[in-house]
Design a protein around this ligand. Structure first.
Ligand SMILES: *Cc1c(COP(=O)(O)O)cnc(C)c1O
Length: 777
């Protein structure tokens, strides 16, 4: 057993006197000898700090007479009660807790405490050896008990040190030791990784394909934790998970509904299944951020119209209610917008049998009441009583993305419907179609551990911490602006966060400026974060009250130049690309950069130091801008790479040039139009794919594209990172916004070397001209 911590929070009265001191010393020595770390605290404040900091706590000894400590104000009841409550919020109720008593006064013990404590300890009466034995045994049981099923079994298996005669041939790592290169690899990772890299022929650990043994137990445990009827561990990311769900639901050639704002894995599933998609279009705002698909585009009537208007579907495809086989929605969006998933199911349930939420970024939603109704597994008999058509719901989580797990760990969750059958054996055939027959057991363990971490009070505690830090940061960035304003001598602050400028306190019904709102109000009140219809801060049209919520942990930092309604400041602007290039130099890597916003994630790994450093770097950027710093000092690598282009410029001059090219010239308007205009579909993505792999397609230069050229691969530009063209779509007339947008982007790339747009499906020619893969004529 590696070290764990025992907390002893004792009041000075208990530890006073020679006899007590001696016994306490003896007890501590004995516990240390048994391999525990002993941490002491002499007040409730002190003890609570230890509880927050130490996830490795294995038992706690708390004096019932523990004093509060310096700021133990406002708490009712005994300080010891607050400590016990903190323990229960943070740890499982199985954590051994012993109350330490000075006298026999336990009549005032509240019942809930009597229920959770493992017993009393009288320091002067029980022998130290007896107490140490009890605490040690309880701690060991707890450390074993709290582990989720597969990880627990894997540890036991590894402890048994068996000889293996099966693959992998490195045989617990031994093969690596016979080569200098292999040896370096073995030393780097350590023995344990190799000892737990096992073959699926190890029967004791169960089967990923038959969902038996400890692996099956782990999937069933995860199902309980994430609120699913069935859970499948997927070891090749949501990339595989998406393809599995689509192939399991969609027969060849079927008509389906797909969020246009989807990950390419969804498109791959569509290709594999040969489906004929009708794309559901989300709304967009002035920043170019992608919003949700508005409810009016999800009604049965609207779906019928959209499907009927699609040239690659036929009349019968959306004819009867509930007959379409599949709809796929991205939830939350990359920018952190989450749907009222129950409302989406109510709307789409009349059109489709299977509703798939791609929640690759949203696995934590179930663990905080802030996200009530916002995730696929929230759709059940309570939220959606059976009188309405309830689709079978699939949810995909990339466990590795925003929970703690190794890359590629993912899960598929299924919520069965009373109206449509879900056949596990049938589904499993598709599951196996996409799985390797040699699963990596540490990945299975990491999925299991991710579920274990979120079970019980853990999920609430971890999500609350991330939300709280995000809200603190969001308030701090505004307060910083107020300080610049108050100082009077400096030019005004120009960064912000994309969020409502004020929120309504439900108690007082009065609006409060965002940065003045109580932390607790913002951390716990969903209505502070929902996109109210018509509110200008979000800039989206067609919103319905409570339909969409901005997730506080996904923070879009705004730069000056445009606003959410699309209004352009002609005189002043700072494109986000320049800011994030500067942050990159400072060792701060952001999640994504849009035109005038960039995204940072407040995941469970957040620390105050991390966001403090970001604010500090933004302040430094501003000073460089205000003082007209030379670009060579701000972005030296850029200037070194392109001295003729940038050597003579200052930071403000580059900002002005790029702002002119992006916003003032109307580029953003083009982008917006390119993504909202319907594009002609000529064939299904699967048919386009057939042309690609049989060599009936080739690269065509943007300046040579004819109106009837059809692309055979997906074309995605960043920002916004959603497909501008899907396979099988016509590029359309030269005058169309799509072509003007691509030309403007190409011109931007030529003009700003070092800031080239990230694109997928576009291959620049030697002279920089974009080329698209199109079907041969
Ligand atoms: C990342 C992502 C995927 C793919 O997930 P991986 O776990 O990286 O394979 C699918 N869908 C969405 C929406 C994603 O963001």
């Amino acid at each position: 057993m590696t070290g764990n911590t025992l907390l002893m929070a004792l009041d000075p009265g208990t530890t006073k006197g020679a006899a007590a001191t001696e016994r306490l010393d003896e007890l501590t020595t004995l516990l240390r000898a048994k391999g525990h770390r002993v941490t002491t605290a002499d007040s409730a404040v002190d003890a609570t700090a230890v509880i927050t900091a130490r996830a490795d706590l294995a038992a706690a000894l708390i004096s019932w007479e523990l004093p509060g400590g310096s700021d133990g104000k406002g708490e009712s009841g005994r300080p010891a009660e607050a400590v016990l409550r903190a323990l229960m919020d943070r740890f499982s109720p199985k954590l051994p807790v012993f109350l330490v008593a000075r006298d026999s006064g336990q009549d005032d013990l509240p019942l809930w405490i009597a229920e959770i404590v493992n017993g009393w300890i009288w320091l002067l009466e029980d022998t130290p050896g007896f107490v140490a034995g009890r605490v040690d045994t309880a701690a060991r049981h707890y450390l074993e008990d709290m582990l989720p099923p597969f990880f627990r079994a894997l540890r036991h298996f590894e402890d048994a040190h068996k000889y293996s005669w099966h693959t992998p041939a490195h045989a617990g790592g031994v093969a690596f030791l016979k080569s200098p290169v292999g040896r370096a690899f073995h030393d780097y990772y350590g023995e344990r990784l190799f000892r737990t890299d096992l073959s699926s022929s190890v029967g004791e650990l169960g089967s990923l394909f038959e969902h038996t043994g400890p692996i099956g137990d782990a999937e069933r445990h995860a199902a309980k934790v994430f609120g699913a009827d069935h859970t499948y561990f997927v070891l090749n990311g949501t990339s595989s998970g998406d393809r599995i769900v689509i192939q399991a639901c969609v027969p060849q050639q079927a008509a389906v509904l797909v969020d246009r704002n989807c990950h390419k894995a969804i498109n791959h599933g569509i290709i594999l299944s040969g489906a004929r998609p009708t794309y559901l279009r989300p709304v967009r705002n002035g920043y170019g951020l992608t919003g949700p698909i508005p409810p009016e585009r999800l009604t049965a009537e609207s779906i019928r119209e959209q499907v009927a208007a699609n040239p690659i579907t036929d009349g019968g495809d959306a004819g009867e209610a509930g007959t379409m086989v599949y709809a796929g929605i991205t939830n939350s969006t990359y920018d952190g917008l989450c749907y009222d998933a129950v409302r989406v199911a109510e709307l789409l349930g009349t059109s489709v049998r299977n509703l798939h939420f791609d929640e690759a970024w949203f696995a934590y939603a179930r663990f905080n009441p802030l996200y009530e109704r916002r995730y696929g597994m929230a759709i059940d008999e309570q939220t959606m009583p059976t009188h309405a058509q309830r689709p079978t719901v699939f949810t995909n989580h990339s466990t590795h993305k925003l929970l703690a797990a190794l890359s590629q760990s993912a899960m598929i969750h299924v919520r069965c419907s009373p109206d449509h059958e879900f056949d596990r054996h049938r589904f499993n055939e598709t599951f196996m179609l996409h799985a390797s027959t040699s699963p990596l057991y540490p990945l299975i363990a990491s999925n299991d551990v991710a579920a274990g971490m979120m079970s019980g009070s853990g999920g609430r505690w971890l999500t609350t911490e991330a939300i709280t830090e995000a809200v603190r940061f969001r308030q701090a960035i505004i307060r910083l602006g107020r300080r610049f304003q108050a100082s009077g001598e400096r030019p005004p602050w120009f960064f912000g966060a994309w969020q409502p400028p004020e929120v309504i306190d439900p108690k007082t019904k009065k609006p409060v400026p965002f940065d003045k709102a109580r932390l607790e109000l913002l951390v716990t009140t969903p209505s502070c974060w929902t996109l109210a219809p018509g509110a200008s801060w979000h800039g989206f049209e067609k919103m319905e009250k409570d339909y969409c919520l901005l997730d506080p942990v996904k923070v879009s930092i705004t730069c000056p130049g445009v606003d959410a309604t699309g209004r352009v400041d002609k005189g002043f602007g700072i494109p986000a690309k320049i800011v994030t290039a500067y942050l990159g130099r400072r060792g701060i890597v952001v999640e994504k950069t849009d035109a005038y916003t960039f995204l940072v994630l407040f995941s469970m790994g957040i620390t105050k130091g991390k966001w403090g450093t970001l604010l500090d770097a933004l302040t430094d950027f501003k000073r460089a801008y205000d003082t007209g710093a030379d670009l060579v000092d701000v972005l030296p690598d850029l200037v070194r790479a392109h001295p003729d282009r940038y050597g003579h410029l200052t930071l403000p001059a580059l900002c002005a040039q790029m702002h002119q090219a992006l916003a003032v010239s109307g580029f953003l308007t083009l982008l917006n139009e390119a993504f909202t205009k319907r594009i002609d579909q000529v064939m299904s993505p699967g048919e386009a794919y057939q042309l690609l792999i049989t060599g009936r397609a080739g690269l065509v230069r943007l300046d040579e594209l004819r109106e009837d050229h059809v692309v055979v691969t997906q074309v995605t530009t960043y920002p916004p990172g959603i497909p501008v063209l899907m396979p099988g779509e016509k590029v359309g007339p030269a005058s169309a916004p799509l072509r003007s947008y691509l030309s403007a982007m190409e011109a931007f790339d030529r003009k700003f070397p070092g800031f080239e747009s990230e694109t997928h499906g576009i291959h620049p020619d030697t002279d920089g001209t974009y080329r698209l893969t199109c079907a041969e004529k």
